[in-house]
Design a protein around this ligand. Structure first.
Ligand code: GLV
Ligand code: MG
Length: 320
């Protein structure tokens, strides 16, 4: 089974053709990375990039990061070879495949069946390698529910703003920024929210795509802050200078994490025999109930996945 709870606050894009960038990626504090065989690799460099990616996964040094590879999309001539060569060569050291430009559930099913075949043929555990489906055009967005439900391997839905802007005709080339002339809201609100609903309905993660102006960390904070506030689990990063900002944006604040853990403990105690089996209780000035528990669990899970350490834990009231 795939693990849909792994932290994916920051997901680093690494061109599969660049030995230098692959080496550099090992030392960065990202939760996840993908070695790219798609848009960051020129057509004539694809074959060589495959071998490089297999070697990089097998060499290791990835230090607990979620290890993924982005294959080419299913309208290309490279996809099946990407999957077969990478999984045959490094399946043991691979956590998920990122499938770009997914336009319907058939793409995900193809990948699921192909992965199962390669896993069987090579003696790997069937079903362990996950799928991250990129939603990058109008068709993919319209089909996003069916895409999320297409396989138990789906671990995340990933917004691809650059391809999406091209697909729907958003009048800007500054990826992640608002198009000039649109001044009544956030031009990305609808696709982000649509993807988030599908992700939550099918219990998979929702990941925001890249912010291309890599020097503009304030702009990145603004754009990433929006998807983080909506409830997204993480965002792509393209450059070392983006990592800290994105990890911070997608982690709970320390005070919120501590509070969430306290709500969970206090609620568990008050609903137990020791706490009088009450369905609601006070935590300081705040009334907490089952709905509070659910909200707290979301924040606590994000904090735990991010390795946060709790400060100042709650203790039950003294008897008498
Ligand atoms: C990423 O793949 C994008 O198109 O933004
Ligand atoms: Mg793309």
């Amino acid at each position: 089974m795939v693990d849909r709870r792994r932290a994916r606050r920051s997901c680093l894009a690494v061109p599969g053709s660049s030995a230098k960038m692959i080496d550099k990626a090992r030392g960065l504090a990202v939760d996840s990375f993908f070695l790219d065989l798609e848009d960051a690799v020129a057509p004539l460099a694809k074959d060589e990039a495959r071998s490089r990616v297999v070697a990089a996964l097998n060499e290791g040094g990835w230090d607990g990061k979620v290890r993924t590879v982005r294959v080419n999309d299913l309208t290309s001539r490279w996809t099946y070879r990407d999957v077969v060569e990478v999984v045959e060569g490094a399946g043991e050291n691979l956590d998920a495949i990122v499938l770009p430009k997914v336009t319907g559930p058939d793409h995900v099913r193809w990948l699921d069946l192909t992965l199962s075949q390669v896993e069987r043929a090579t003696g790997l555990e069937v079903g362990r390698i996950g799928i991250e489906a990129q939603i990058e055009d109008a068709r993919g967005l319209v089909e996003v529910d069916a895409i999320a439900a297409a396989s138990p391997r789906v671990e995340s839905l990933v917004f691809g703003p650059a391809d999406f802007m091209a697909s729907v005709g958003i009048r800007s080339m500054v990826v992640g920024e608002q198009p000039s002339g649109y001044d009544v809201g956030d031009a990305y609100h609808y696709p982000l929210m649509r993807i988030l609903m599908a992700a939550r309905a099918h219990d998979v993660q929702a990941v925001d795509g890249p912010y291309l102006a890599i020097k503009d960390v304030d702009g990145l904070r603004r754009a990433g802050g929006r998807s983080a506030a909506l409830g997204f689990d993480g965002k792509w990063v393209l450059h070392p200078g983006q990592v800290d900002a994105v990890n911070e944006l997608f982690s709970p604040r320390q005070a919120d994490y501590d509070h969430a853990e306290n709500v969970l403990d206090a609620y568990e105690w008050c609903t137990s025999d020791a706490g009088g089996r009450r369905g609601a209780a006070m935590l300081g000035e705040e009334m907490i109930d089952e709905a509070s528990r659910k909200m707290a669990l979301v924040i606590a899970n994000k904090g735990r996945a991010a390795g946060m350490v709790r400060q100042d834990p709650w203790t039950p009231p003294e008897e008498g």
